[in-house]
Design a binder for this molecule. Sequence first.
Ligand SMILES: [Zn+2]
Length: 342
Amino acid sequence: MNLTHRPRRLRQDGVRGLVSETSLEPADLIAPVFIDATTDERIPIESMPGHERVPIDESVARVEEILETGVEAVMLFGIPIAKDAQGSRAWADDGVVQEATRRITAETDAYVITDACLCEYTDHGHCGSLEDELRGEAGHDHSEGCAHEPTMTVDNDETLESLERIAVSHAEAGADMIAPSGMMDGMVAAIREGLDREGFGHVPIMSYAAKYESAFYGPFRDAADGAPAFGNRRHYQMDPANAREAMREVRLDAEQGADVLMVKPALPYLDIVSDLRREFDHPIAAYNVSGEYAMLHAAAEKGWLDLEAVAHESLLSIKRAGADLILTYFAEDVAQGLTAGQ
Ligand SMILES: [Zn+2]
Protein backbone atom coordinates (compact mmCIF):
# COMPACT_ATOMS: atom_id res chain seq x y z
CA MET A 1 0.00 0.00 0.00
CA ASN A 2 1.53 3.31 -1.05
CA LEU A 3 -0.34 6.16 0.61
CA THR A 4 1.17 9.60 -0.02
CA HIS A 5 -1.03 11.32 2.52
CA ARG A 6 -0.94 9.81 5.99
CA PRO A 7 -2.11 12.42 8.53
CA ARG A 8 -1.29 9.90 11.27
CA ARG A 9 2.42 10.67 10.75
CA LEU A 10 1.98 13.90 12.69
CA ARG A 11 -0.02 12.35 15.50
CA GLN A 12 2.94 10.50 16.93
CA ASP A 13 4.38 11.45 20.29
CA GLY A 14 7.16 13.97 19.97
CA VAL A 15 5.61 15.86 17.05
CA ARG A 16 2.04 16.29 18.34
CA GLY A 17 2.96 19.34 20.37
CA LEU A 18 4.84 20.93 17.49
CA VAL A 19 1.83 20.79 15.20
CA SER A 20 -0.80 21.58 17.82
CA GLU A 21 -2.91 24.49 16.57
CA THR A 22 -4.48 25.64 19.81
CA SER A 23 -3.12 26.14 23.28
CA LEU A 24 -4.89 26.94 26.49
CA GLU A 25 -3.19 29.00 29.21
CA PRO A 26 -4.31 30.02 32.70
CA ALA A 27 -3.88 33.62 31.50
CA ASP A 28 -6.71 33.09 28.95
CA LEU A 29 -9.23 32.48 31.73
CA ILE A 30 -11.43 34.81 33.76
CA ALA A 31 -13.02 33.50 36.96
CA PRO A 32 -16.48 34.80 37.95
CA VAL A 33 -16.85 35.72 41.64
CA PHE A 34 -20.13 36.31 43.48
CA ILE A 35 -19.99 38.88 46.27
CA ASP A 36 -23.03 38.86 48.55
CA ALA A 37 -23.79 41.85 50.78
CA THR A 38 -26.55 39.95 52.58
CA THR A 39 -24.34 37.34 54.24
CA ASP A 40 -21.40 37.24 56.60
CA GLU A 41 -20.34 33.73 55.72
CA ARG A 42 -19.59 31.85 52.52
CA ILE A 43 -22.64 30.15 51.04
CA PRO A 44 -22.12 27.22 48.64
CA ILE A 45 -24.10 27.44 45.38
CA GLU A 46 -25.80 24.08 45.08
CA SER A 47 -26.19 23.99 41.31
CA MET A 48 -22.59 25.11 40.74
CA PRO A 49 -20.40 22.73 42.76
CA GLY A 50 -17.24 24.36 44.10
CA HIS A 51 -18.65 27.89 43.83
CA GLU A 52 -19.86 30.11 46.65
CA ARG A 53 -21.37 33.47 47.33
CA VAL A 54 -18.83 35.24 49.50
CA PRO A 55 -19.35 38.16 51.88
CA ILE A 56 -17.49 41.42 51.17
CA ASP A 57 -15.11 40.59 54.01
CA GLU A 58 -14.07 37.41 52.19
CA SER A 59 -13.71 38.98 48.74
CA VAL A 60 -9.94 39.45 48.96
CA ALA A 61 -9.40 35.92 50.31
CA ARG A 62 -11.55 34.49 47.53
CA VAL A 63 -9.61 36.32 44.82
CA GLU A 64 -6.29 35.24 46.36
CA GLU A 65 -7.42 31.60 46.04
CA ILE A 66 -8.06 32.18 42.34
CA LEU A 67 -4.71 33.92 41.77
CA GLU A 68 -2.90 30.96 43.32
CA THR A 69 -4.10 28.73 40.46
CA GLY A 70 -2.49 30.98 37.83
CA VAL A 71 -5.71 32.72 36.77
CA GLU A 72 -5.06 36.47 36.69
CA ALA A 73 -8.49 38.01 36.09
CA VAL A 74 -11.82 37.96 37.88
CA MET A 75 -15.32 39.08 36.94
CA LEU A 76 -17.30 40.43 39.89
CA PHE A 77 -21.04 39.99 40.31
CA GLY A 78 -22.84 41.52 43.28
CA ILE A 79 -25.84 40.57 45.37
CA PRO A 80 -26.92 43.85 46.99
CA ILE A 81 -28.18 44.45 50.49
CA ALA A 82 -31.51 45.69 49.08
CA LYS A 83 -33.36 45.83 45.76
CA ASP A 84 -35.75 48.42 44.31
CA ALA A 85 -37.56 49.09 41.05
CA GLN A 86 -34.68 51.15 39.60
CA GLY A 87 -31.84 49.00 40.94
CA SER A 88 -30.26 51.99 42.64
CA ARG A 89 -27.84 49.93 44.77
CA ALA A 90 -26.05 49.11 41.50
CA TRP A 91 -24.42 52.54 41.37
CA ALA A 92 -24.16 53.23 45.11
CA ASP A 93 -20.73 54.38 46.20
CA ASP A 94 -20.92 51.87 49.07
CA GLY A 95 -22.49 49.19 46.86
CA VAL A 96 -21.37 45.57 47.06
CA VAL A 97 -19.29 45.51 43.86
CA GLN A 98 -17.81 48.96 44.52
CA GLU A 99 -16.74 47.95 48.04
CA ALA A 100 -15.29 44.59 46.92
CA THR A 101 -13.49 46.23 43.98
CA ARG A 102 -11.82 48.77 46.27
CA ARG A 103 -10.55 46.00 48.55
CA ILE A 104 -9.46 43.59 45.82
CA THR A 105 -7.59 46.20 43.78
CA ALA A 106 -5.91 47.57 46.92
CA GLU A 107 -4.77 44.20 48.23
CA THR A 108 -4.17 41.92 45.22
CA ASP A 109 -2.73 42.05 41.69
CA ALA A 110 -5.90 40.63 40.15
CA TYR A 111 -7.27 42.27 37.01
CA VAL A 112 -10.77 43.22 38.11
CA ILE A 113 -13.61 43.24 35.59
CA THR A 114 -17.04 44.27 36.85
CA ASP A 115 -20.40 43.20 35.52
CA ALA A 116 -22.49 46.26 34.76
CA CYS A 117 -26.15 45.33 34.76
CA LEU A 118 -29.27 45.85 36.83
CA CYS A 119 -30.92 42.42 37.06
CA GLU A 120 -29.36 41.58 40.43
CA TYR A 121 -30.39 44.98 41.79
CA THR A 122 -33.98 45.43 40.61
CA ASP A 123 -36.82 43.93 42.65
CA HIS A 124 -38.42 42.67 39.41
CA GLY A 125 -35.16 41.05 38.23
CA HIS A 126 -35.05 42.62 34.77
CA CYS A 127 -31.93 44.22 33.31
CA GLY A 128 -33.21 47.79 33.55
CA SER A 129 -36.08 49.96 34.68
CA LEU A 130 -39.44 48.97 33.25
CA GLU A 131 -41.61 50.94 30.88
CA ASP A 132 -44.42 52.74 32.68
CA GLU A 133 -47.28 51.28 30.72
CA LEU A 134 -48.24 47.97 29.27
CA ARG A 135 -47.37 47.80 25.63
CA GLY A 136 -49.99 47.62 22.97
CA GLU A 137 -52.20 49.93 21.01
CA ALA A 138 -53.44 52.86 23.03
CA GLY A 139 -56.66 52.05 24.79
CA HIS A 140 -56.51 48.43 23.73
CA ASP A 141 -58.15 46.16 26.28
CA HIS A 142 -56.12 43.05 26.89
CA SER A 143 -58.49 41.55 29.38
CA GLU A 144 -61.09 39.90 27.20
CA GLY A 145 -60.80 37.80 24.10
CA CYS A 146 -57.44 39.28 23.30
CA ALA A 147 -55.15 37.07 21.23
CA HIS A 148 -51.86 38.59 22.35
CA GLU A 149 -50.62 38.79 25.91
CA PRO A 150 -49.73 42.17 27.33
CA THR A 151 -45.99 42.57 27.65
CA MET A 152 -44.01 44.88 29.84
CA THR A 153 -40.44 45.43 28.87
CA VAL A 154 -37.33 47.31 29.88
CA ASP A 155 -37.17 51.00 29.03
CA ASN A 156 -34.01 51.01 26.92
CA ASP A 157 -33.04 54.67 26.98
CA GLU A 158 -33.80 55.27 30.63
CA THR A 159 -31.69 52.21 31.47
CA LEU A 160 -28.73 53.69 29.57
CA GLU A 161 -28.51 56.49 32.14
CA SER A 162 -28.35 53.91 34.95
CA LEU A 163 -25.68 51.88 33.13
CA GLU A 164 -23.55 54.98 32.73
CA ARG A 165 -23.78 55.68 36.46
CA ILE A 166 -22.93 52.08 37.31
CA ALA A 167 -19.88 52.07 35.03
CA VAL A 168 -18.55 55.34 36.45
CA SER A 169 -19.07 54.14 40.03
CA HIS A 170 -17.18 50.91 39.26
CA ALA A 171 -14.32 52.84 37.65
CA GLU A 172 -14.17 55.20 40.64
CA ALA A 173 -13.85 52.15 42.88
CA GLY A 174 -10.88 50.99 40.80
CA ALA A 175 -12.33 48.50 38.31
CA ASP A 176 -9.86 47.68 35.54
CA MET A 177 -12.52 46.88 32.92
CA ILE A 178 -16.29 47.32 32.68
CA ALA A 179 -18.49 44.60 31.22
CA PRO A 180 -22.06 45.65 30.39
CA SER A 181 -24.30 42.58 30.07
CA GLY A 182 -27.82 43.94 29.70
CA MET A 183 -28.12 43.97 25.87
CA MET A 184 -29.55 47.48 25.80
CA ASP A 185 -29.19 49.28 22.46
CA GLY A 186 -26.54 51.97 22.79
CA MET A 187 -25.12 50.69 26.08
CA VAL A 188 -21.48 50.77 24.98
CA ALA A 189 -21.71 54.35 23.69
CA ALA A 190 -23.42 55.53 26.89
CA ILE A 191 -20.81 53.89 29.11
CA ARG A 192 -17.89 55.10 26.97
CA GLU A 193 -19.20 58.63 27.14
CA GLY A 194 -19.62 58.49 30.91
CA LEU A 195 -16.20 56.97 31.51
CA ASP A 196 -14.45 59.47 29.23
CA ARG A 197 -16.26 62.44 30.76
CA GLU A 198 -15.27 61.40 34.29
CA GLY A 199 -11.61 60.85 33.43
CA PHE A 200 -11.65 57.08 32.88
CA GLY A 201 -10.67 57.12 29.22
CA HIS A 202 -8.13 54.36 29.95
CA VAL A 203 -10.76 51.89 31.23
CA PRO A 204 -11.73 49.38 28.52
CA ILE A 205 -15.21 48.00 27.90
CA MET A 206 -15.87 44.31 27.34
CA SER A 207 -19.33 44.18 25.87
CA TYR A 208 -21.61 41.20 26.16
CA ALA A 209 -22.13 41.89 22.49
CA ALA A 210 -24.04 38.78 21.41
CA LYS A 211 -25.86 37.54 24.49
CA TYR A 212 -28.56 35.02 23.76
CA GLU A 213 -31.77 34.39 25.66
CA SER A 214 -30.56 30.98 26.76
CA ALA A 215 -31.88 28.28 29.07
CA PHE A 216 -28.26 27.50 30.00
CA TYR A 217 -28.21 30.41 32.50
CA GLY A 218 -30.36 28.55 35.05
CA PRO A 219 -27.77 27.84 37.77
CA PHE A 220 -26.40 31.42 37.58
CA ARG A 221 -29.78 32.73 38.62
CA ASP A 222 -29.48 30.74 41.85
CA ALA A 223 -26.03 32.18 42.31
CA ALA A 224 -26.80 35.80 41.64
CA ASP A 225 -30.42 35.81 42.72
CA GLY A 226 -31.30 37.43 39.41
CA ALA A 227 -34.24 35.47 38.00
CA PRO A 228 -36.87 37.79 36.55
CA ALA A 229 -39.97 37.91 38.77
CA PHE A 230 -42.17 37.71 35.69
CA GLY A 231 -41.76 37.21 31.98
CA ASN A 232 -38.39 36.60 30.40
CA ARG A 233 -35.62 38.51 28.69
CA ARG A 234 -36.48 37.81 25.08
CA HIS A 235 -37.15 41.47 24.33
CA TYR A 236 -33.53 42.39 24.85
CA GLN A 237 -31.42 39.23 24.69
CA MET A 238 -30.92 37.61 21.29
CA ASP A 239 -33.04 34.90 19.74
CA PRO A 240 -31.05 31.62 19.74
CA ALA A 241 -32.21 31.07 16.16
CA ASN A 242 -30.25 34.05 14.81
CA ALA A 243 -26.67 34.19 13.57
CA ARG A 244 -26.75 36.99 10.97
CA GLU A 245 -28.39 39.25 13.53
CA ALA A 246 -25.41 38.61 15.82
CA MET A 247 -23.08 40.23 13.30
CA ARG A 248 -25.29 43.31 13.13
CA GLU A 249 -25.66 43.45 16.92
CA VAL A 250 -21.92 43.04 17.53
CA ARG A 251 -20.95 45.55 14.84
CA LEU A 252 -22.97 48.22 16.66
CA ASP A 253 -20.99 47.60 19.86
CA ALA A 254 -17.71 47.70 17.95
CA GLU A 255 -18.72 51.02 16.36
CA GLN A 256 -19.60 52.41 19.79
CA GLY A 257 -16.11 51.63 21.05
CA ALA A 258 -16.27 48.21 22.68
CA ASP A 259 -12.72 46.99 23.26
CA VAL A 260 -13.54 43.29 23.71
CA LEU A 261 -16.53 41.54 22.13
CA MET A 262 -18.20 38.71 24.00
CA VAL A 263 -20.46 35.85 22.99
CA LYS A 264 -22.62 34.24 25.66
CA PRO A 265 -23.18 31.28 26.13
CA ALA A 266 -20.14 29.58 24.59
CA LEU A 267 -20.53 25.91 23.65
CA PRO A 268 -23.99 26.07 22.01
CA TYR A 269 -22.84 29.20 20.11
CA LEU A 270 -19.37 28.28 18.83
CA ASP A 271 -20.49 29.13 15.30
CA ILE A 272 -21.05 32.70 16.49
CA VAL A 273 -17.63 32.80 18.17
CA SER A 274 -16.09 31.61 14.92
CA ASP A 275 -18.04 34.13 12.81
CA LEU A 276 -16.93 36.96 15.10
CA ARG A 277 -13.32 35.82 14.89
CA ARG A 278 -13.45 36.13 11.09
CA GLU A 279 -15.42 39.37 11.00
CA PHE A 280 -13.64 41.47 13.67
CA ASP A 281 -10.05 42.08 14.69
CA HIS A 282 -11.01 42.83 18.32
CA PRO A 283 -10.23 40.31 21.05
CA ILE A 284 -13.15 37.90 21.31
CA ALA A 285 -14.40 36.62 24.65
CA ALA A 286 -16.77 33.73 25.25
CA TYR A 287 -18.73 33.02 28.42
CA ASN A 288 -18.82 29.32 29.27
CA VAL A 289 -21.99 29.70 31.33
CA SER A 290 -23.30 28.09 34.49
CA GLY A 291 -25.45 25.51 32.65
CA GLU A 292 -22.44 24.36 30.62
CA TYR A 293 -20.59 23.91 33.91
CA ALA A 294 -23.44 22.29 35.82
CA MET A 295 -24.23 19.67 33.18
CA LEU A 296 -20.67 18.36 33.09
CA HIS A 297 -20.59 18.24 36.89
CA ALA A 298 -23.89 16.38 37.01
CA ALA A 299 -22.74 13.79 34.46
CA ALA A 300 -19.39 13.38 36.23
CA GLU A 301 -21.16 12.87 39.54
CA LYS A 302 -22.98 9.94 37.97
CA GLY A 303 -19.68 8.56 36.73
CA TRP A 304 -20.65 9.14 33.11
CA LEU A 305 -17.91 11.64 32.20
CA ASP A 306 -14.35 12.36 33.28
CA LEU A 307 -14.78 15.89 34.64
CA GLU A 308 -11.21 17.11 34.24
CA ALA A 309 -11.02 15.84 30.65
CA VAL A 310 -14.33 17.28 29.49
CA ALA A 311 -13.72 20.60 31.21
CA HIS A 312 -10.37 20.96 29.44
CA GLU A 313 -11.83 19.84 26.10
CA SER A 314 -14.72 22.33 26.44
CA LEU A 315 -12.38 25.27 26.98
CA LEU A 316 -10.02 24.11 24.25
CA SER A 317 -12.97 23.98 21.81
CA ILE A 318 -13.98 27.52 22.73
CA LYS A 319 -10.42 28.68 22.12
CA ARG A 320 -10.21 26.76 18.84
CA ALA A 321 -13.46 28.37 17.66
CA GLY A 322 -11.70 31.73 17.98
CA ALA A 323 -12.08 33.05 21.52
CA ASP A 324 -9.08 34.80 23.05
CA LEU A 325 -10.54 35.03 26.56
CA ILE A 326 -12.85 32.61 28.29
CA LEU A 327 -15.05 33.39 31.27
CA THR A 328 -15.61 30.10 33.02
CA TYR A 329 -16.50 28.50 36.33
CA PHE A 330 -13.84 25.91 35.46
CA ALA A 331 -11.11 28.57 35.51
CA GLU A 332 -9.40 27.49 38.72
CA ASP A 333 -9.66 23.73 38.13
CA VAL A 334 -8.48 23.88 34.53
CA ALA A 335 -5.68 26.33 35.35
CA GLN A 336 -4.45 24.00 38.08
CA GLY A 337 -4.55 21.07 35.66
CA LEU A 338 -2.58 23.05 33.06
CA THR A 339 0.05 24.06 35.59
CA ALA A 340 0.37 20.52 36.94
CA GLY A 341 0.68 19.11 33.41
CA GLN A 342 3.58 21.35 32.44
ZN1 LIG B 1 -28.86 41.64 33.47
